[in-house]
Design a protein around this ligand. Structure first.
Ligand code: F6P
Length: 360
């Protein structure tokens, strides 16, 4: 008999349900229905802390391959607060362990991104059997080449840029599409190339506004009537990239702009004389049904998680390296971000295609 707990934590994304279905199916079909019990914790680590869970049946995982969101619900429980007692003095780590032991679980399967992995690692160090699955539209999780949710989000951001393309060409305007991705540029880079953006700005390559102005003016000179910029929500000017954390925080508190795109739009309008518009697809990038790639990918990860549980191998994230599904020790994942390297060949190739990154 295997007693498995599952939770989804942090921002949601597409294919969370597909991944959980994969875990459950692989266990159920290999061990038999009477040999598996599944407990789902509601709303991320909160469910584990406050003993808020449901016992699931096999049929609960039917028909969810294509469903976005998460059937368990999710929440953000910042790692920096995990060791602090809650408002009633409850020790959260002790409470999570208590829930795990009360249910007599063999393993807790945790689906999440960076913050989630820090807590999962902590629980593993505290002696719980943990397996994690890499979810995030940002694709910034260390130890895996790919996270599920990413490809679906790329498709949505590309749809947005495609729509902007037609209106930008009719009006002859400059359009900025602000893409999610937190502190990394994977989503913007891929959506920008796929959507045919002329300028791509990502956090890993701080931009020089003069170079962006030059790129827009060059397009005008060559007869282009419009320009599209794909700008990561975490993109930074060279000046800002030099600021200390404290200086940046003070700057962000003072600025009147809701995000980098609006600030850049104002600057570019003044300096190019062109009409500029900003579009922010925002959370649509995390919504809707998972694309086919993510359905396959998340199902494979889930199935391999089931296989690890059956072998009793714990303390791993099921990841993807060099086109193979692999198990990665949680020690190697937690607390690190996977950035786009400015020297990556994809950047070089994008530049060969004439895309400006605002740096040269
Ligand atoms: O990590 C996924 C993500 O969508 C980031 O791209 C974005 O910065 C953040 O979550 C938004 O968080 P929230 O849903 O809490 O606004």
């Amino acid at each position: 008999m295997k007693r498995i707990g599952m939770l989804t934590s942090g921002g949601d994304c597409q294919a969370l349900n597909a991944a959980m279905r994969g875990v459950v199916k692989s266990l159920w079909y290999t061990l038999g229905g009477d040999q598996v019990e599944i407990y789902g914790f509601n709303n991320g680590y909160r469910g584990l802390i406050y003993h808020d869970y449901r016992k699931f049946e096999f049929r609960d995982f039917s028909g969810i391959l294509t469903r976005g969101g998460t059937i368990l619900g999710t929440s953000r429980t910042p790692f920096k607060t995990i060791r602090e007692p809650d408002e009633n003095g409850l020790d959260k780590v002790a409470a999570m362990k208590q829930t795990y032991y009360n249910l007599n679980l063999d393993c807790l399967v945790v689906l999440g991104g960076n913050g989630t992995h820090k807590t999962a690692h902590l629980l593993s160090q505290e002696g719980l059997n943990i397996i994690t699955l890499p979810k995030t539209i940002d694709n910034d999780l260390y130890g895996t080449d790919m996270t599920f949710g990413f490809q679906s989000a790329v498709d949505i951001a590309v749809d947005c840029i495609d729509c902007i393309h037609t209106t930008a060409s009719s009006h002859g305007r400059v359009f900025i599409v602000e893409v999610m991705g937190h502190k990394v540029g994977w989503l913007t880079l891929n959506a920008g190339i796929a959507g045919g953006a002329d300028i791509i700005l990502i956090p890993e390559i701080p931009y020089d506004t003069d170079k962006i102005v030059d790129a827009i003016n060059l397009r005008v000179k060559r007869g282009s009537t419009f320009t599209i910029l794909a700008v990561a929500e975490g993109a930074m000017s060279k000046e800002k990239a030099k600021m200390s954390k404290k200086e940046l925080k003070e700057y962000m508190e003072k600025t009147k702009y809701p995000s980098v795109s609006y600030e850049l739009a104002d600057e570019l309008q003044k300096r190019t004389g062109q009409e500029i518009r900003v579009t922010v697809p925002g959370h649509t990038q995390r919504g809707g049904t998972p694309c086919a790639y993510d359905r396959v990918f998340a199902s494979r990860l889930g199935a391999e998680a089931g296989a690890l549980i059956m072998k009793g191998e714990y303390g791993f994230m099921v990841g993807y390296k060099n086109r193979e599904i692999v198990k990665v020790p949680l020690d190697d994942v937690a607390g690190k971000l996977k950035y786009v390297s400015p020297d990556a060949t994809i950047i070089k190739e994008a530049k060969l295609l004439g895309i400006s990154f605002g740096d040269e």
